[in-house]
Ligand binder design. Structure first.
Ligand code: RP5
Length: 196
């Protein structure tokens, strides 16, 4: 019986490689950004960040992980996305919104926090997002979190693209084209003068 158990243990060891092997096996993987948010109820707002990343062709992964409810898994996942090549992190949370700051404490990658308005009937209700805004923007010194406006997940993604563009010329070009289109649209929509 004990010999059988030993064989089982050996087979199990072979089938399941150590975690460090899995994490290092990242050749050819293109993830540049990761999106984290604290609750499924944040999904609709945080999807707007994903849409902008898609528009610029930035590969990303997204995770629903609460700093309060799943701290250990969050820590492991931040380490994993680093190993998978992630270069910038967007993190959205509502209420006391610890998530962006906790992530920033686990990595030297730039973290962009999105304060979220939490309207959750029957559960916790937020203070219109002011609670999350102050929590995220008021990080103690040495561990900064870049903070965008309440619910402005799109801006977090534009800022992430700008950070990545320092390294990737194709993103610089896409951003220049994007800005040109904004200016052209402004000119076409009254910027050249209007009749009132
Ligand atoms: C935060 O608490 C989440 O980011 C969310 O905005 C808020 C409420 O979460 P649930 O109670 O809906 O899961 O951690």
């Amino acid at each position: 019986m004990s010999i059988l158990c030993s064989i089982c243990r050996l087979v199990k060891k072979k089938v399941q490689p150590p975690v460090s092997f899995i994490l290092n096996d990242v050749q050819g993987y293109n993830m540049k950004a990761a999106i984290f948010f604290g609750s499924k109820s944040d999904s609709d707002t945080m999807k707007k960040a994903a849409d902008v990343l898609k528009e610029f062709g930035v590969d990303y992964k997204a995770y629903i992980l609460s700093a309060h409810r799943a701290g250990e898994l969050l820590k492991k996942t931040v380490a994993q996305v680093e190993k998978e090549g992630c270069e910038v992190i967007i993190a959205g949370a509502g209420l006391s919104a610890a998530l962006p700051g906790v992530i920033a404490s686990e990595t030297v990658l730039p973290v962009i926090g999105v304060p979220l308005e939490c309207i959750n009937p029957g559960k916790s209700n937020g203070l219109g997002g002011m609670d999350a805004l102050l929590s995220i923007v008021q990080m103690p010194s040495q561990i900064p979190v870049a903070t965008v406006g309440i619910g402005n997940a799109k801006n977090a993604a534009y800022l992430a693209v700008q950070i990545l563009a320092i390294k990737y010329p194709e993103l610089q070009k896409k951003l220049a084209d994007f800005r040109k289109k904004l200016a052209d649209d402004a000119a076409a929509n009254g910027g050249m003068g209007v009749e009132l």
